[in-house]
Design a protein around this ligand. Structure first.
Ligand code: MN
Length: 206
């Protein structure tokens, strides 16, 4: 069984400054993301032990642990690649056309996505996903690391709204964090994810 590993960031910890500090990036990647990787591996190992012993008494807890920690691993793996320290601040090409088609305009999409991010009660994520059933982009409000999204939707852009993602830099002013996010979106990565999702060649490009 393949063990999960922490992926290297595609840029330095300081690359997203001044929008996200190197201190946050280092803690977020090397501590928080690592903990999700370890938690997912631990849950799988305990499930293997349960199969070996035939004792499934803890299976409900283990399934919750796997959903949470594997969710965290997937979410952060996507999030890192959705960001960059420089480049286009607005979408272009196919991703721009798709946003216009499904949300009316970039401004309407941005307002919708921002409201979803700001409205999360507790911890969670704002997620732009491809819905292969409706063949359309949808915005979802992901609770914790694993809840409140539909099976089969494929994330193409995610924003981490857990306090650990912004508190050191922005304290409780999370609106400024969301504003800063729009300056560091890697739209080429979002477009590559959309192309892969639409073509069905890759369900999870990391
Ligand atoms: Mn996080």
């Amino acid at each position: 069984m393949a063990a999960y590993t922490l992926p290297a960031l595609p840029y330095d910890y300081s690359a997203l400054e001044p929008h996200i500090s190197a201190r946050i990036m280092e803690l977020h990647h090397s501590k928080h993301h690592q903990a999700y990787v370890d938690g997912a591996n631990g849950a799988l190992a305990q499930m293997a032990e349960a199969r070996e012993s035939g004792n499934f008494g803890a299976i409900n807890k283990l399934e919750k642990d796997l959903a949470f920690h594997l969710g965290g691993h997937v979410n952060h793996s996507i999030f890192w690649t959705n960001l960059q320290g420089h480049g286009a601040a607005t979408p272009e090409g196919e991703i721009q056309a798709a946003i216009d088609e499904f949300f009316g305009s970039y401004e309407a999409f941005q307002a919708h996505f921002t409201a979803v991010a700001m409205g999360i009660q507790g911890s969670g994520w704002a997620v732009l996903s491809w819905d292969p059933i409706g063949a359309q982009l949808v915005i979802q409000q992901l609770f914790d690391q694993q809840a409140n999204t539909a099976q089969g939707t494929i994330p193409v852009l995610q924003l981490d709204m857990w306090e650990h993602a912004f508190y050191l830099d922005y304290q409780n002013v999370k609106g400024d964090y969301v504003k800063a996010f729009w300056n560091i979106v890697n739209w080429e990565n979002v477009q590559a994810r959309l192309e892969a999702a639409r073509s069905g060649t890759s369900l999870l490009l990391t």
